[in-house]
Ligand binder design. Sequence first.
Ligand code: ASP
Length: 352
Amino acid sequence: MSREVSVLGRVGPEGPGVFVLYTGGTIGMVVGPQGGLVPLDLRELAAHVPVVYELPVGLTVATVAEPVDSATMGAGDWLRIADAIVEHAPGHLGVVVLHGTDTMAYTASALSFLLEGIDLPVVLTGSQRPITALRSDGRENLVTSLELASARMNGGPVVPEVTVFFDHLLLRGNRTVKVSADSYQGFASPNLPPLVTAGVTFSPSLGLARPAQVGPVRRASGLCSDVAAIHLYPGLDRYVLDAVIARPGLRGLVLQAYGAGNGPSDPWFAEAIARAVESEVTVVVTTQCRAGWVRGGLYAAGAAMFDAGAVPAGDMTFEAALTKLMVALDRHDHPDEVRRFMLSDLAGELTV
Ligand code: ASP
């Protein structure tokens, strides 16, 4: 399956415009000749969404060769999207990435850590129904994303960072989680207010957006895929945990723990974490709760994880913690450096 990116052409007026990259997902699906949903040929985008002709800016439209359901995406796709942005974004006002909703929060998180020197908006969006469907949320999401990516305020871009736009909210990408498989309000950022609320006008949350960095945008590192994750549940036993930790070459493990970073008090649990840490696996503890913080050692039952050397994820989402760990392990060899990296705020993903 080819996921190489090719530029299809230009729509609308000349001059600095928006770079639009279609990667797949429901937003760009149409009913194919055999009945099922197949990716739309984006050259026909303007035919389905004629309002894009009315935008005051032009669009450079690109697509991956074979658009995919985002459930099949992984580190290789995130790197390709990052590289396409690095190659094509300069000279544009902003970037819009059309993406499946299922793993959009992971891609947004990964891009926020991979890309440095972001001096323009990178907005990811998608939809719950295809853009060609009569009652689609895709048109609204696309058009508002294009406006947000190209809008200027005081001479500069409104939100020059990696974001997710969905329904009426522009959210920081690495704070975003998918919260509904049905509702048009599919995403939220429970630990951070929306960066912009799009009503009749755009209402930015003042002082929240990150300032533009010194461009041009570049890719700062790769991603290490030697990571695993475990969602804690009552009844988790040592066999499951040991099997994951025994994964050959494992360098990072994200635990989705309870509440403020709590887990079982059984000695086998703490021993397994200690063994992982001793063998230089970085263990990061996130929470299963939608909102709030992991504070190492608030409860005695969970304290053993942190005594054994696990790293509390603070208020990072699971998606942010996992992708940040992949970046950390690519950039650093020593677990102390990986730990320091995880505890620092890189792209607004963590309140320190
Ligand atoms: N399965 C789709 C995807 O993530 C769902 C969507 O786009 O809404 O690619």
